[in-house]
Design a protein around this ligand. Structure first.
Ligand code: PHE
Length: 448
């Protein structure tokens, strides 16, 4: 086979895999999407349902994905081909590749904003307020296009470096940086007056808010945030050595991601109430806390500007650097999925694959740059629905086509006895029955 001529690459260490996978998981989803979903969906109630979704549904699906990837050593499409003879099943992988491409196309635009806001803050504090306003205008299509190009360029540069020299090396530097910045920011914000009210809103559960929509939102958030349902972890798992312990590595990734989401809430919700104390509006017309772009690219910058002084400068710049770093380790994994597909299935060299696929996705990102209202639609179709749908298909495929016992054998490689332990036994029931049913029920329930 010609495939042996192309070196697929592998992780240098378990830590490398965990950091890269956690880097994929931790992204705009945690820092941008999660806190406001929580705040506008009953605070602690959303947090609880979200954590349940992460550990009861997300964690089993993550083990399933990593297991499929490691067993086959293939991209998502190739993996389904390797485990079945039926031509239909690789379509599950194709669906994943499509979701990855579409998510990356809008994610690149938002990631571009995080970079443009690093400059917005610098200009503002340097006294060039008009420049700051200009560069911070997210409705300017040309600017959006420019920063999307910048971000895609950075992503492609890392991907062309390969698995261990590119992805692993970059995430080993970026993830610790992300944690340091996050802790410094939280430390500052929770000590400020006004932040306790935000803490209460975030942490106090309002159980009356638990509705089918909330559960649907929390589940979609868990899939998006854990990078599940589209084969990102099949791909990353395919570079993992047989000696590594998959259940343990997946537990690290899930916990890290949930922890960062939780911490981001501790940073952002109190920061919003600090902003309110400064007279900045934090509610929309419907009385809900502002969410999404309005929050990250309006409320928080206003807060940093009002704070002024050394703290304002420091917080303003580091916050957007934090977001950019988190976004970059996620765009890397999103691009790696179609790139690995083309490398494996068409024997294209990595550099070439990364460049051309990056260009193709950039073309879609440029369209979105000029019509940012597409972001919400694409997010709904490909993240909110597409990823859980992919999750169902992965669970069913693993359980009934590849067969649960073969999958268990794979998980036991590197973790002998896993199948006899409590986690292993629960995992079987989850992937075979509970996860597909719960996800399906949730998708249907939301539409009824
Ligand atoms: N998990 C990433 C985030 O939270 C987004 C992502 C989704 C990355 C799917 C890869 C695959 O921002």
């Amino acid at each position: 086979m010609a495939s042996s001529t192309i070196d697929r690459g592998s992780w240098n260490s378990k830590l490398g895999f965990v950091l890269a996978a956690a880097g994929s998981a931790v992204g705009l989803g945690n820092i941008w999407r999660f806190p406001t979903e929580a705040a506008s969906n009953g605070g602690g109630a959303f947090l609880l349902i979200y954590l349940a979704c992460c550990f009861l549904i997300g964690y089993p699906v993550m083990m399933a994905e990593i297991g499929i990837g490691r067993k086959t050593g293939k991209n998502p499409v190739g993996a389904f081909k390797a485990l079945s003879t039926n031509k239909f099943y690789p379509l599950i992988g194709m669906w994943g590749v499509l979701c990855g491409v579409m998510i990356l196309s809008f994610y690149t635009v938002v990631a571009g904003w995080t970079v443009s806001y690093v400059f917005e803050e610098i200009f503002f504090f340097a006294g060039y307020t008009e420049w700051a306003a200009w560069i911070g205008d997210t409705s300017n299509g040309w600017l959006n296009a420019f920063f999307s190009i910048v971000f895609m360029f950075a992503t492609v540069s890392i991907i062309t470096g390969g698995v261990s020299d590119g992805i692993e090396r970059a995430t080993k530097m970026l993830m610790p940086l992300l944690f340091i910045i996050l802790f410094v920011l939280i430390g500052y914000v929770v000590l400020q007056p006004g932040s306790t009210e935000g803490l209460a809103v975030y942490l106090k559960p309002d159980f009356s808010r638990i509705t089918p929509e909330l559960v649907f939102a929390a589940m979609g958030q868990a899939f998006f945030s854990l990078s599940l349902g589209m084969g990102a972890l099949i791909t990353y798992g395919s570079y993992l050595s047989k000696q590594e312990n998959v259940p343990e590595a997946a537990a690290w990734v899930t916990t890290t991601d949930a922890l960062v989401a939780f911490l981001a809430g501790l940073l952002i919700i109190p920061a919003m109430y600090m902003a309110q104390a400064q007279g900045i509006a934090i509610f929309d017309d419907g009385g809900e806390l502002l969410a999404g772009p309005a929050l990250i690219f309006q409320v928080l910058p206003s807060l940093f500007h009002d704070l002024g002084g050394i703290w304002g400068i420091f917080l303003g710049i580091t916050f957007f650097v934090l977001l950019s770093v988190a976004a970059l380790t996620s765009t890397i994994s999103l691009l790696e999925v179609p790139v690995s597909y083309v490398i494996d299935e068409f024997q294209v060299q990595r550099k070439k694959a990364a460049k051309y696929i990056g260009l193709g996705i950039l073309a879609i990102a440029l369209i979105i740059s000029f019509d940012t209202s597409l972001i919400g639609t694409l997010d709904f179709v490909f993240s909110q629905i597409g990823l859980p749908l992919g999750g169902i298909m992965i669970c069913l495929f693993l359980s009934y086509v590849w067969k649960i016992d073969s999958a268990m054998e794979e998980l036991e490689t590197g973790n002998p006895g896993f199948g006899r332990g409590i986690v292993g036994r629960v995992w079987k029931i989850m992937v075979m029955i509970i996860c597909p049913l719960v996800i399906f029920y949730n998708l249907i329930n939301n539409f009824l």
